[in-house]
Ligand binder design. Structure first.
Ligand code: MN
Length: 408
């Protein structure tokens, strides 16, 4: 129960409480928490309460708070719930609630390292069929390790930032030589992004059982992809300029604490992974290698074109984190890793247009009657998602929006 005037089961009720970074007018950026249609100015609220830790919320990113680690995140959440549910705090807290419509949202983290995985078996199989029609769709390593690549952290942008169509080289199968120009096969990838907190020392891997200590929260992530640039450049070192021009994330970081109610078992791993990736998990998702029951929607200019289900993912977030550090690579607060395109077995649960249109062969029809294969200038893509919360409630993620603009 909360003293806030909130409809029952509001997606940003007290069961959710995602963190973000906002500003008002010309004031400095600071950390806020979304509750209902408001943002709670955390630093102001904590300073009034005389909390020493208020300074971390005065920062222009979540990184200082992420540095404090799992125990501080948990006690912060307990304190917040107390502030928002105990009637005794109402008069002190209420002045620090600002309408979300009146604030500007910013990138929630200063992105340290950015990695993108490839954890959907259905996505990897479909892409393999299209890119390598004469060989097995899954590469021999795929079921043994979560495949990933290091992306470009400096071009991770917050929802609402326009995306410029990139220039680059492409060479179609029948072209005699490569040509240079704006991408003509601009695509999206609907993913979840995982925000990492708490640094590690060089040479010290994070065991699967300890991954939760570093998994702070989840954002929606759109890994914009220029398929024509990607197809020509990706052999043998993987994605490069076809993806590094922009990656959009939603402004609200939904905590893994809030998402405990969304844990589910993975669909199943065969063969059994090597011991460092092996986690026990029960049917209700307890254990180390759990999946998440997050329902994603992909909206193209107002038409929902796909509903990917994150629970179909083959590799779990904790397995991805354990794999990413098993060679001794460090973690830093503000690290971000993407799950890879979320695609399920059904046609209308595929998370990118390469798959949804089968490489452009089967156009989609939008609500205005227009037919689309890849993105045109002016197109707007909106990712949204929900997950099951406490006592039948729903956890909202907000939106990850981007509009394509012509190249400069
Ligand atoms: Mn991706």
């Amino acid at each position: 129960m909360t003293w806030l005037d909130l409809p029952a089961h509001h997606p940003f009720g007290v069961h959710n409480l995602p963190y973000g970074v906002f500003s008002t007018g010309g004031a400095d950026r600071r950390v806020g928490v979304r509750v209902g249609e408001n943002v709670l100015d955390l630093a102001a609220c904590a300073e009034r309460a005389g909390m020493e830790s208020a300074a971390v919320w005065r920062a222009g990113s979540l990184n200082p708070f992420l540095d404090l680690g799992r125990e501080a995140w948990a006690s912060g959440r307990t304190w917040l719930v107390e502030q928002l549910t105990n009637e005794a705090h109402r008069d002190a807290v209420q002045p620090h609630l600002l309408p979300v419509a009146d604030v500007t949202m910013h990138l929630p983290i200063e992105v340290a390292d950015y990695v993108d995985f490839y954890a959907s078996e259905h996505h990897a199989t479909n892409v393999g069929r299209m890119f390598r029609p004469d060989s097995e769709p899954l590469t021999p390593n795929w079921r043994h390790l979560p495949i990933g690549y290091h992306g470009r952290s400096g071009t991770v942008v917050v929802s609402g930032t326009d995306v410029l169509r990139p220039h680059g080289q492409r060479k179609g199968p029948t072209d005699p030589a490569p040509v240079f120009g704006p991408s003509i096969r601009l695509d999206i990838e609907a993913e979840l992004g995982f925000v990492v907190g708490g640094g590690t020392r060089l040479g010290e891997p994070v065991a699967l059982a300890d991954a939760d200590d570093h998994l702070f929260g989840v954002v929606l992530l759109n890994d914009w992809s220029a398929r024509d640039l990607q197809a020509w450049e990706y052999v043998p070192l993987g994605p490069f300029l076809g993806k590094s021009f922009a990656t959009s994330i939603s402004p609200w970081v939904v905590t893994t604490d809030a998402l405990r109610t969304a844990r589910v078992a993975l669909p199943g791993q065969d063969p059994e992974p090597l011991p460092y990736l092996r986690g026990e998990v029960t049917a209700d998702g307890a254990g180390t290698a759990y999946g998440l029951d997050v329902h994603v929607e992909v909206d193209w200019n107002g038409t929902v074109v796909s509903r990917p289900e994150f629970r179909e993912m083959y590799w779990s977030p904790a397995q991805m984190l354990a794999h990413m550090t098993v060679n001794g690579a460090t973690l830093r607060s503000g690290d971000l890793f993407g799950s890879g395109t979320i695609s399920g077995p059904a046609d209308d649960t595929r998370g990118c247009f390469l798959e949804l249109t089968w490489s452009g062969a089967q156009p989609l029809t939008l609500g205005d009657g227009s037919r689309r294969t890849f993105l045109e200038d002016g197109d707007t893509i909106t990712l949204t998602a929900t997950a099951p919360g406490l006592d039948g409630s729903v956890i909202g993620f907000g939106e990850c929006v981007g509009t394509v603009r012509p190249p400069r």
